[in-house]
Design a protein around this ligand. Sequence first.
Ligand code: PMP
Length: 287
Amino acid sequence: GTGTNIRTWFEGAWHEGDAPVMRAGDHGMWLGSAVFDGARLAHGVVPDLDLHCARVNASARALMLEPTVDASDMVEIIREGLRAYAPGSAVYIRPMYWGQDTGYMAIVPDSASVGFAICLEEVPMPPEGASTTLTRTRFRRPVMEDAVVNAKAACLYPNNARMLAEARAKGFGNVLCADAIGNVAESATANAFMVKDGEVFTPAPNGTFLAGITRARHIANLRADGITVHETVLSFDDFHGADEVFLTGNMAKVTPVTAFDDTSYQIGPVTRRARELYWDWAASSPL
Ligand code: PMP
């Protein structure tokens, strides 16, 4: 990991440091059967931890790996692992499954030979007021027939990596990428929202991009606050015409966007409200 104070859950116990958990012969190592999820301890809470644990199990099943840890047990294991960190720590939480040695040369993983680990590491929250910029990318999200887009699978991320590398080479922080038919899907690391005339718009899930847990939480919070949220088809021109744009994901929760290629945005009232609503909700949600 990239953080500090790393702890690893592996084979039924917490270990200090980044434990060597994968073998050269593991299916996940050479044939890509690996899934993960990301949650976060920040401001003393772990928003939607139960949903992140349930999703990593669903991701494993999508790659034909039988999950070995109940989602509710996983929540308890993570709570225990987090007790080692000082109050106020910001910790990134990554549960992972992967196919282990199948014992023979097999493309299909052995559904019963499954590794599980959790990596905890201290990774600071981005500073208040941190924002990003977006550029359009020629790389697209695959559809179900191209890749296992119904899983948060490691093998999907090289595509996101080349999007991000290209964006950074052009001086932008992230991308807006298209789905297979050319409508806006998401960024390389988070879901995309735009605001127009006080109403919120975000791409409707269409099986090509990760409809995130943080995305769903923001939609619920905004609607409960009386703000209209449309999940719909959005073009890149729609984003160029927006009043505000923001990204949502477990890492930063909400990130204001100040530019999309040659279009600039102010950090506006709806983006600020989304952040406020998120942390108000999180503070009252059980760890
Ligand atoms: N899209 C992609 C490609 C991501 O990697 C993430 C981060 N997990 C998200 C969206 C946001 O999802 P979530 O809110 O569930 O973290």
